[in-house]
Structure formats: structure tokens, C-alpha cells
Design a protein around this ligand. Structure first.
Ligand SMILES: Nc1nc2c(ncn2[C@@H]2O[C@H](COP(=O)(O)OP(=O)(O)O)[C@@H](O)[C@H]2O)c(=O)[nH]1
Ligand SMILES: [Mg+2]
Ligand SMILES: [Zn+2]
Length: 348
């Protein structure tokens, strides 16, 4: 996989230094720097305390260095998953000189340029919390990160697992029911995962503690040898701090291990507005033309195509309830942003 070029299918990835219309301002940072020595395009695999571990896209070589001062001023401006340009200063020392335009980014876990995200929930032990799954899907869909739902522990309740997977398929997501223990259903997911990793894709996975994320990764890639089981055992290894993320080269791409992050970290909707919400639910977005009122919020309006679909069982109650709750939350946030209490800024 070393130095593999990532051209195929990655629309927003630009050639070295080329401007990208979808770029955020970050792309400009550091580009004012003087040209010094040799430049190397790298992928950031890990960052700890301002030091970054990178992989050269030319020859796969590992590079460890810090970011140039202009980049450092803004804490956390270099993220795991970033494509960066590393420069030599002429005396052999290397520094991250600039960050390339990002295709997407998550705030927590702090990751950039994801090609996919597996949202993992167990059919039982622990019982699935659909509201949490739905909120995570909203954030991913809003950020245009392809999301796949994985229902684990199908050996404990095969019918239940399949019907949950089906709920998400009907919502418009790829979904799998499987058991890491018996291996049932694993091959179908493996095909999707290796497809996304191909050509250097970056994949992350998330879900509540104990749902079987590590077991799933081990079943897919035994060489990983991740710790599974009780929470208490995790600290024993203690290599990464709770917030650290790292990319592991795998199958031609990278899997983001996000040790210890809590699902709560995902549940920030600071970047969403009421107007964005319907588009973040694929099954609602697909029916938007059908409401009587052009400005329908799909909450209490008459002749609403969304409410009709819920009543007909075409849209899951749990999904619609999540939409309504989030709509109310975002409405309150927008209200308070227009003058009321500032405390609602970090509403989940
Ligand atoms: N019955 C069953 N148990 C599983 C399965 N996958 C994981 N487990 C168990 O669930 C517990 C948590 O698994 P782990 O992979 O550590 O979950 P994580 O916290 O999401 O990484 C462990 O005791 C596993 O043995 C499965 O497919 N079936
Ligand atoms: Mg784990
Ligand atoms: Zn409507």
C-alpha cells in the first residue's frame, strides 16, 4: 500500500497545491511559507502533543515531525487523516508546511477526509439506543460521509438483528446484521469494507462501548489483535490517551481506531441548522417534493408527505421521532443565538 496514489474516485482530492473550491480556509494556512527544501506529500496517521506521525505518499516512508509555527498557532489544525506537505529546511529537518483542502472533517473524534464510517450497535447486550445511532447518522450524512450501519451479536437474536438492519436499509443506508462470534454475515460487510479501503480510503467506526467494535475489527482483520472485552482492561495498554486517534494501514487503506471516545462526543449539532435537518435524513429528503406547503417543517402540518409516510409505516417511527426532537433542539438553539440565553450554544 506504500505510496499508493489516491486518484480514483476521489473528486475533492486535488493535485499538489491546486486550489479546491470546496476547501475551507485551512487550505490557505501555511502556503505563504518560503519555499525551502524538498517537499513530500504525506498522510497524517497520528498526532500526539504537537508531534505527528505521517506516511509519505511517494514512497510510504514514515516521517515524524511538528507543524510550522503558522500552523501551530491554531491548536488542532492538523488532524489525523489530513493530507499535508512536509518541507525540508535545507539542513535536514522536516516540518509540516501546509494542510491540503479537506473533503470532510469530524470534530469528535477529530478526523479528516473520511471515506466511510461504520455505525455499530448490538442487537442486545447492550440494548441498542436507536436515538444515538440516528444522531450519529445525521452528523455523518450532513458531512456527506458515507455511513454504514452494522448490527452486531446476531447470534444472540438473529431476527431482531435482521429487522434492525432492515430498518436502516429502508431509511437509505447500507446495513448489515452479523456476528463476530460465529462469523455469520461477516463476508458481506468485508466486501464493503475492503471496497472502501481500496486505493487508500479512510474508514472509521463508532458505537457505544461493548457493542463489539474491536471484536468486529479482529474478525475482519485478525492481524490487528485489538483488545476486546471489559472496559477496565483497556487502560492496561494505555498507549493512546483517551482522545487520541490513529490510522492503521489495512487492506490498501486505513482504519481509524478511536480509543475511548464516548458517543456523547458525537452529539454536538453546532453546525446544523433547522434548514439542514431534512436533508440529513435520506428517507425524508427523498420525499420532500410531496408536501402541500413549500416550507413544510414536517412536524404538525397537514398534507405532509413525511407524516403520511410515517403513518403508512414507510418511515420508521424511531427515525421520525429523532427528526422531530432534533428539529426542536435546533430551533431552540437558533432562537437563543438570536438574542436569548447563550447557554444553548453547545446543545446536544
Ligand atoms: N455473543 C456475542 N458477543 C460478542 C460479539 N462481538 C463481541 N461480543 C462480546 O461483547 C463484548 C464487548 O466486545 P468488544 O469488541 O470489546 O466491544 P467494543 O467495546 O465495542 O470494542 C465482549 O465480551 C465480546 O466477547 C458477538 O458477535 N456475539
Ligand atoms: Mg473496543
Ligand atoms: Zn412535510
Amino acid at each position: 500500500m506504500a505510496g499508493k496514489s489516491r486518484s480514483a474516485g476521489s473528486v475533492h482530492r486535488t493535485e499538489k497545491g491546486k486550489p479546491n473550491l470546496q476547501a475551507d480556509q485551512i487550505s490557505e494556512k501555511g502556503s505563504e511559507g518560503k519555499q525551502m527544501g524538498k517537499q513530500t506529500d504525506c498522510l497524517v496517521l497520528r498526532g500526539v502533543g504537537g508531534n505527528y506521525e505521517m506516511q509519505s505518499e511517494q514512497d510510504g516512508r514514515r516521517i515524524f515531525c511538528r507543524a510550522r509555527g503558522a500552523l501551530r498557532r491554531d491548536d488542532g489544525i492538523v488532524l489525523v487523516g489530513d493530507r499535508v506537505t512536509v518541507e525540508e529546511d535545507g539542513m535536514g529537518a522536516e516540518v509540516i508546511a501546509s494542510v491540503k483542502p479537506r473533503r470532510n472533517r469530524l470534530i469528535r473524534p477529530p478526523l479528516a477526509n473520511l471515506d466511510g464510517f461504520l455505525v455499530v450497535a448490538a442487537v442486545r447486550d447492550p440494548a441498542p439506543i436507536l436515538d444515538t445511532v440516528d444522531k450519529l447518522l445525521v452528523i455523518l450524512t450532513h458531512n456527506r460521509i458515507p455511513a454504514t450501519v452494522v448490527i452486531t451479536k446476531a447470534d444472540l437474536d438473529g431476527t431482531g438483528a435482521e429487522s434492525l438492519a432492515d430498518l436502516y436499509r429502508r431509511a437509505g443506508y447500507a446495513a448489515y446484521a452479523l456476528s463476530a462470534q460465529t462469523g455469520e454475515g461477516l463476508e458481506a460487510l468485508r466486501a464493503e469494507v475492503s471496497g472502501r479501503l481500496q486505493g487508500g480510503g479512510i474508514l472509521a467506526l463508532g458505537g457505544a462501548s461493548g457493542v463489539g467494535k474491536s471484536s468486529l475489527l479482529n474478525a475482519l482483520y485478525p492481524a490487528l489483535g485489538l483488545d476486546t472485552g471489559a472496559l477496565s482492561r483497556k487502560t492496561a495498554r494505555g498507549k493512546n490517551t483517551t482522545r487520541a486517534c490513529a490510522l492503521f494501514p489495512l487492506d490498501g487503506g486505513y482504519i481509524a481506531d478511536t480509543p475511548g471516545f464516548s458517543l456523547l462526543d458525537f452529539l454536538r449539532f453546532d453546525f446544523l441548522s433547522c434548514g439542514d435537518l431534512a436533508d440529513a435524513f435520506p428517507e425524508i429528503a427523498a420525499r420532500l417534493g410531496g408536501c402541500r406547503y413549500g416550507d413544510c417543517r414536517h412536524i404538525r402540518e397537514e398534507e405532509c408527505a413525511i407524516r403520511r409516510a410515517v403513518a403508512a409505516g414507510e418511515i420508521a417511527q424511531s427515525r421520525y421521532a429523532c427528526y422531530c426532537n432534533l428539529y426542536e433542539l435546533l430551533r431552540q438553539k437558533e432562537r437563543s443565538a438570536n438574542g436569548a440565553s447563550p447557554s444553548a450554544r453547545n446543545l446536544v
